[in-house]
Design a protein around this ligand. Structure first.
Ligand code: CA
Ligand code: CA
Length: 439
């Protein structure tokens, strides 16, 4: 009898912790509050103290003007503003989500730590999910070589969804460590580091993914990058393969009034620099770039950036880039630039480059199937429903997915329909079409 009396409260306690809890953060909140809907916290850092695996933090809409007393930690060369270091568990993520139909905007314009790089969200946690957060105005205070970052991931199994990083001087999303992360439906735009190294903006990419050994299975899906002063997507010095799927990249390497700035590649898939160092991988990773769109980037649309090996390029569409597809490689010992080898290019569409449709492809050392430039097929404007670039920045759909646009979608009767080779993706009609959009 006595035993069962004791068991009841213990069981109750155990059950209570099984139910996920919900906390709230609001611009009108207070960190000594309870964190409830009517009594919200003021900061994500306070909410993190209360959460456990499976819990959700809803962030109410409005502008959070961050101040320097909210820097969690100054560490080495970094000022880390929000440090997310509490992990969820498999199938019990910790969620930091925008409150439904509201947009929380974190404005970093007042955080200008002297001689420190700004990291707005530094994430070492795993199994967390960030959704619907906007970061603007991130600063650079250093005039020599440097970079600031909006989201810096070092964790595993995280989801970054519907994030928007814009009108700052920082890289939008940055990864050096961590595996199995999904970056979904995110936008990085109008980021220009005009402070460091003469204001050329050569480090402000929209998305940077440079995983160290073990950082496998990181995927960028349905993201957009435009008017970032350096590249749209950059995975130079990646020891592991990175996948870009259904991502758009346009106007990178330019200011919003088309002043020429940094490197300006749509997708910079690889590269290692000029010397073999201790991070140089035994096996050169082959990146995958599929169903992506690159338009009017200052330099190249799809670029292998002196990579000492090939990548997989499937069903991409490029237009109005300096060069649409530039497969420039370097020898395995990094001593010389050579025409691209070991690349697999299938079903790609090139139209109206500013200079070259393709450059640096050694067709005897690559697999080329059914690309407009390898068949070849002459592409004309009559193949497309629209060439109106303004559609590229149309608002996303309510669920965060990419807008339905007509830009560079194939017209009925286009000769590019059903001209692709089956590489295992779903398609309509008799065969896959060429380019990023199946008719
Ligand atoms: Ca870059
Ligand atoms: Ca088809």
């Amino acid at each position: 009898m006595k035993k069962s009396f004791l068991l009841v409260p213990i069981l109750l306690l155990n059950c209570l912790s099984l139910f996920p809890k919900t906390f709230y953060v609001a611009t009108t909140g207070n960190d000594s509050a309870s964190g409830s809907l009517v009594d919200p916290f003021a900061t994500i850092m306070r909410a993190q103290k209360s959460v456990e695996a499976g819990d959700t933090v809803y962030i109410r809409g409005g502008k959070y003007i961050m101040t320097e007393n909210q820097i969690t930690r100054n560490h080495r060369i970094w000022a880390e503003v929000n440090v997310l270091n509490k992990s969820g568990e498999p199938d019990k993520r910790i969620n930091y989500w925008a409150f439904p139909n509201e947009t929380p905007i974190f404005d970093l314009c007042k955080i200008k730590p002297e001689n420190l790089r700004v990291m707005v969200f530094y994430i070492t946690a795993s199994w967390i999910h960030l959704k619907g957060i906007e970061v603007i105005g991130t600063q650079v205070t250093i005039s020599t070589h440097t970079q600031s970052e909006c989201f810096h991931n070092e964790g595993n199994h995280n989801i970054y969804e519907q994030l928007s990083m814009h009108d700052g001087q920082a890289i939008g999303f940055y990864l050096l460590k961590g595996s199995d992360n999904l970056i979904l439906n995110c936008d990085a735009y109008r980021n220009w580091d005009y402070t460091s190294e003469g204001g050329r903006g050569g480090n402000a990419d929209g998305f940077g993914c440079h995983p160290q050994p073990g950082g496998i299975n990181n995927i960028f899906r349905d993201c957009r990058a435009w008017f970032n002063s350096d590249d749209g997507y950059d995975c130079i010095r990646a020891s592991e393969s990175v996948t870009f799927d259904h991502c758009w990249s346009f106007y990178n390497g330019y200011s919003p009034n088309f002043i020429e700035l940094g490197d300006g590649n749509g997708f910079k898939a690889g590269g290692w620099g000029l010397q073999i160092d201790n991070r140089f991988p035994d096996t050169i990773p082959m990146h995958t770039i599929q169903f992506c769109l690159a338009v009017k980037n200052r330099a190249n649309g799809f670029y292998s950036n002196h990579q000492p090996g090939g990548s997989y390029w499937y069903n991409n569409t490029a237009s109005l880039n300096g060069t649409n597809f530039n497969m420039l490689n370097r020898t395995k010992d990094l001593t010389a630039d050579v025409p691209g080898y070991d690349h697999v290019l299938k079903n790609n569409l090139s139209y109206a480059s500013r200079t070259y449709d393709t450059q640096w492809i050694d067709s005897t050392k690559c697999i080329l199937e059914n690309n407009t430039f390898s068949v070849p097929i002459k592409v004309t404007k009559a193949d497309f429903q629209s060439l109106d670039q303004s559609q590229l920045i149309s608002p996303r759909k309510p669920d965060g997915s990419l807008p339905d646009i007509k830009f560079m979608k194939l017209k009925k009767n286009s000769k590019l329909i059903d001209k692709g080779v089956d590489i295992g993706f779903e398609f309509s009609g008799k065969s896959p079409d060429l380019g990023a959009f199946d008719y």
